[in-house]
Design a protein around this ligand. Structure first.
Ligand code: IPE
Ligand code: IPE
Ligand code: MG
Length: 245
């Protein structure tokens, strides 16, 4: 593989969200099965994860399986769940060695027990690391996450009393799966699709977004560096005008 050196950047995102799309199309174009495409996708996540950590990016959140992906054919769903379990088993020691804090966000009610057990073990094992946070969205949907937060707030109100008008944005934020993660600064979606597909709607209201043509298995370090270089040149105004920043 070609050696790519890491450039230096003046301004990096603190939190990157990855919509790792295009595994299936990449596989088809390469004469492989969809599952083989997902396996190659796992490699890309390792590559980009390691580079993000090397660069000092603190938070990386990767969309691995959406709430809508449960509607895919059973064998693909099963293959993805097995791949997740095997990947976690294989990488387990590496998380500790490299001090990676791993978290999962989503609704895990349909995740097979064997996969869920290793997910919990990985979270437990890495809970004290705080320099690099890798979060995998599994069975995740943004609307479902917000609905869940509202349910939790209403349950609390039912129990402790209070008025609906007391609910503020911070209360909603505090009840999201991502309650202990900062907002997303940059979302990268591969494979040419220009949509967010239910990924982090609350957390991305002021995210910069980069849509990349290449499918996820073909996304490399140079592509990642290009997106980061582009991010440096963006002016984030948050509704204000330039002079006020
Ligand atoms: C992304 O690749 C991975 C998951 C959604 C699990 P896809 O499987 O969506 O690949 P395409 O979009 O069909 O090429
Ligand atoms: C989004 O990709 C979900 C993940 C990358 C896990 P999809 O392939 O499911 O999205 P759509 O269906 O093209 O919007
Ligand atoms: Mg897709």
């Amino acid at each position: 593989m070609k050696k790519v050196s890491t450039p230096s950047f003046t301004k990096l995102p603190r939190h990157i969200g990855l919509i790792m799309d295009g595994n299936g199309r990449w596989a088809k174009g390469s004469g492989l099965t969809r599952l083989q495409g997902h396996k190659r996708g796992r490699k890309t996540l390792q590559l980009i994860g390691e580079e993000a950590q090397r660069l000092g990016i603190q938070y990386l959140t990767a969309y691995a399986f959406s709430s809508e992906n449960w509607l895919r054919p059973k064998d693909e769903v099963f293959g993805l769940m097995t791949l997740l379990r095997e990947s976690l088993q294989r990488e387990f020691d590496k998380f500790t060695e490299r001090k990676i804090r791993i978290r999962f966000i989503g609704d895990f009610s349909k995740v097979p027990d064997k996969t869920l057990t290793i997910m919990k073990k990985a979270e437990e094992q890495t809970r004290d690391f705080d320099r690099f946070h890798l979060t995998l969205a599994i069975g995740y949907g943004g609307r479902q996450e917000i609905t869940h937060a509202v349910q939790k707030l209403l349950e609390k109100m039912h129990k402790d009393g209070g008025s609906p008008s007391d609910i503020n944005e911070a209360d909603i934020q505090a009840n999201l799966y991502t309650h202990d993660l900062p907002d997303v600064d940059l979302i990268i979606r591969t494979s040419g699709e220009q949509r967010l597909s239910n990924f982090l709607p609350w957390q991305s209201v002021y995210s910069e977004i980069s849509f990349v043509q290449k499918p996820w298995p073909a996304f490399g370090l140079e592509d990642f560096h290009r997106v980061l270089a582009d991010f440096q040149n963006r002016e984030r105004r948050y509704g204000k005008i330039s002079e006020q920043l």
